[in-house]
Design a protein around this ligand. Structure first.
Ligand SMILES: [Zn+2]
Length: 289
């Protein structure tokens, strides 16, 4: 088995490591490229022996390491990312980014609560000079969505949350997405699909995508639409299995990389179709073509 070194390299007095993306497209490209490199680095790690190295250059200014400066770096992230608290999804690492690159908010199920919206509003109002993109990142096997699916499938379990207001608030936000995802699976495969042994897992994974897309849509509507800004919201799902970001979409149902947010209801219908037609969701149901 190989040894893998992922190294943050600061060169004091050197030139800035990476230029900031000039617009949302450049920011999106940088995150997608960074994730692809991270995933590729570990792809063949079990195949051979030896050492592979990934060096992430870091601008010395981001740690106050430039002589003659006041020493306190100015905050200048190019993307704000709302992700899940899940310990298996370290946001900077999976996008090959370092300090001062990303404004990260992590909360179970990447739910849009009041404090999350407040944090995003702060970022937009104070970091607008460099901030180009808002990302909602779900992940496969998310515990928050898994719990919501289990309650959806066995509504009596909701009673166990009667005295747990804080957990219930996360659950309540997710149930609508689970309901919509269940409707989509049944309209695609028929009502018997609910008896398929892989139905629960397919419903969890379909709900995770839709949950991220809906949160990104809400952010787009609340903060971006109608504003004279180049900022935009995108979404994706980090796959623990392959370490890639996944976002199936119309015309690219196996979609790798972050995706633009659906514009309207028709866009969500297209997204729902892409999700249930993707090989990944079908693989749980074993209903391949
Ligand atoms: Zn999670």
């Amino acid at each position: 088995m190989k040894t893998v070194d992922i190294i943050y390299r600061y060169e004091v007095g050197g030139t800035p490591a990476k230029p900031l993306p000039s617009d949302s497209n450049a920011a999106l490209l940088r995150l997608n490229d960074g994730n692809r490199d991270f995933a590729a680095l570990l792809d063949h790690v079990k195949d051979e022996s030896g050492v592979i190295q990934q060096i992430i250059p870091v601008d010395p200014r981001d740690l106050g390491l430039v002589s003659g400066s006041a020493g306190v770096p100015k905050q200048r992230p190019f993307a704000a990312i709302l992700g899940c608290s899940d310990a298996r999804v370290p946001i900077e690492l999976i996008f090959n980014e370092g300090p001062n690159d990303l404004f990260v908010i992590r909360v179970a199920g990447n739910c849009l609560g009041t404090e999350v919206l407040g944090s995003l509003k702060y970022a937009l109002e104070h970091l607008g000079g460099t901030l180009k993109l808002i990302v909602v990142l779900g992940h496969s096997g998310c515990g928050a969505l898994s719990t919501a699916v289990d309650v959806f499938l066995n509504p009596g379990d909701y009673l166990t949350f009667a005295a747990k207001h804080s957990l219930r608030s996360i659950l309540d936000r997710s149930l609508l997405v689970v309901q919509a995802s269940a409707n989509k699976l049944i309209s695609e495969f028929g009502s018997d699909i609910a008896r398929n042994p892989g139905y629960r897992q397919a419903l969890i994974e379909a709900s995770i995508v839709t949950n991220a897309a809906l949160a990104a849509y809400s952010i787009q509507q609340e903060f971006v639409a109608g504003e004279l800004t180049e900022l935009r919201a995108v979404y994706g799902v980090y796959l623990l299995e392959t370490r890639e970001v996944w976002a199936p979409r119309l015309g690219n149902i196996e979609g790798v990389g972050l995706s633009a947010v659906p514009h309207d209801l028709a866009g969500f219908v297209d997204l729902g179709n892409a999700v249930v037609q993707s090989d990944r969701i079908r693989s749980y149901l074993k209903t391949g073509e």
